[in-house]
Write a protein that binds this ligand. Structure first.
Ligand SMILES: [Ca+2]
Ligand SMILES: [Ca+2]
Length: 205
């Protein structure tokens, strides 16, 4: 009888231990899932997805783009970009460079994106040359358009000013029809002569 009681107690102990193990396992799984969720949120915050104040469809589109944006491209504040600092060329040559990679020259029409873009250049050893971006007024002097046909926003905070005259760009008239980001003026936008030879920033669209 004593032996049977011992067996009963042993079974109860084993059962309790098994239940404890299961509870611990469930707690561990919950912890792992929470950690994963937090790391995903942090990654989204850093990439700018969570900062996208856009409709549900647009946010889903940005999310898909973030997932498909693979090296050498980087996902930066809702844009999948490629910075080319080694190869330089005139505006048309560098437009072709981007097009051959299935991309367009970058559109910089959000101050937040511009902030993260310039920060990225400085933080990754890329603040070494000027860069072409997608805007130009080649087709209609004085009216600049991005590759997607939208108007380039003028004035502050996008456009820089000349170091000598302090007149805000664009200032080149018919002699300067292509937009670049000028290193020496903190990468603000400038209208350049389209034949200047500088780097380029491309963007998947
Ligand atoms: Ca012009
Ligand atoms: Ca200019």
């Amino acid at each position: 009888m004593a032996t049977f009681r011992c067996v009963q107690l042993l079974v109860l102990a084993v059962t309790a231990a098994a239940e404890s193990t299961q509870i611990l396992q469930e707690l561990s799984n919950t912890l792992l899932l929470n950690q994963l969720a937090i790391s995903n949120l942090l990654a989204e915050r850093d990439s700018g997805v969570r900062d996208c104040r856009c409709s549900g469809g647009e946010e889903e589109s940005k999310r898909r783009m973030a997932l498909s944006c693979e090296r050498p491209f980087v996902f930066l504040h809702g844009h999948c970009i490629l910075v080319e600092s080694q190869k330089t060329g005139n505006w048309n040559e560098m437009k072709t460079f981007c097009n051959h990679k299935g991309t367009e020259m970058v559109k910089v029409d959000s101050e937040n994106f511009m902030y993260y873009l310039v920060k990225y250049l400085h933080g990754n050893g890329l603040a070494v040359v000027d860069y072409w971006v997608g805007g130009s007024d080649q087709d209609n002097e004085g009216t600049f358009f991005w590759p997607d046909g939208t108007r380039v926003k003028m004035g502050t905070p996008f456009w820089g000013d000349g170091p000598d005259d302090h007149i805000q760009e664009p200032d080149g008239g018919a002699g300067q029809n292509c937009i670049g980001m000028w290193k020496d003026d903190h990468y603000f936008l400038f209208d350049y002569n389209c034949n200047d030879r500088i780097g380029v920033i491309c963007e998947k669209v």
